[in-house]
Design a protein around this ligand. Structure first.
Ligand code: NAD
Length: 245
């Protein structure tokens, strides 16, 4: 019960890292509000743990986010996992793709934090955990031009919030995974010209020779959400099986 009495909002909670984290947070005693754009999959999450409250939310939609946040009374932790992977170099990324990735990966983090931070400030305590990526300013990954750019922006976002609110009881940290076995990763592998080769390439690039499981990311998230990490802010936490070694 490492998160007893914590009110936590999780975004992108319908599958992958967000889902594993919502389930783990609930098992650690937190009151979890799980949000996602995909309502059907949220209902599947609810079937796995009926204590989790589910709410359909497009984290890039200003009106929806504002309306949702106005219903939130007290929040201790925001775990923000919304993200989209565009495949390709700068030459494959047109203006629409550029804007889409900025919108989904960066603007969503801004909207959620901008609307929830005042509630944390009122309590003089709060933990914001943003899911970034090792593919960012930390590691150049091939064909991840706009993805890496947006994740590098999120790393700056985390540092900025951490320093601006360090005296206010607010902590803000990033999780930087390597490759995690999630439905969207499966989708990317299956779309490759040679899915078998793509799968083994993804596995080989992590020095440990395997992918992460979403539950392993949830373990780190639990630490950053809990009071055990009360002295930790502005950190970029790699969890990448040695990919960046
Ligand atoms: P996923 O792609 O499997 O699931 C993403 C979830 O986000 C889906 O349930 C989807 O419905 C939801 N979503 C998409 N757009 C949304 C929006 N506008 N509003 C609300 N919900 C929305 O996710 P994943 O692979 O677990 O990745 C989660 C996060 O982790 C992302 O930010 C991703 O960039 C990051 N990440 C993933 C990996 C990996 O290998 N899977 C590696 C590093 C970082």
């Amino acid at each position: 019960m490492r998160l007893d009495k914590k009110n936590i909002i999780v975004t992108a909670a319908a599958q992958g890292i967000g889902k594993a984290t919502a389930l783990r947070f609930a098992n650690e005693g937190a009151t979890v509000l799980a949000t996602d754009i995909n309502e059907d999959r949220l209902k599947d999450l609810k079937k796995e743990n009926d204590n989790i409250q589910i709410i359909k939310l497009d984290a890039t939609n200003k009106n929806e986010v504002e309306a949702f946040c106005s219903t939130v009374d007290k929040i201790d932790v925001l775990f923000h996992a919304v993200g989209f992977v565009h495949h390709g170099t700068i030459l494959d990324c047109d203006e629409n793709e550029f804007s889409r990735s900025i919108n989904v990966n960066v603007f969503s983090a801004y909207l959620m934090t901008h609307n929830l931070l005042p509630k944390m400030l009122k309590e003089k305590k709060g933990s914001i955990v943003i899911v970034s990526s090792a593919a960012s300013n930390v590691k150049g990954a091939p064909n991840r031009f706009i993805y890496g750019t947006t994740k590098a922006a999120l790393n700056g976002f985390v540092k900025a919030i951490a320093i601006d609110h360090v005296k206010d009881g607010i902590r803000c940290n990033a999780i930087l995974p390597g490759t995690v076995e999630t439905p969207s990763w499966e989708g990317r592998v299956n779309m490759a010209e040679d899915p078998i080769q793509a799968r083994s390439d993804f596995i080989a690039r992590q020095a440990m020779g395997r992918l992460a499981q979403p539950e392993e990311i949830a373990s780190l998230a639990t630490y950053l959400a809990s009071d055990e990490s009360d002295f930790v802010t502005g950190t970029l936490n790699l969890i990448d099986g040695g990919w960046t070694l």
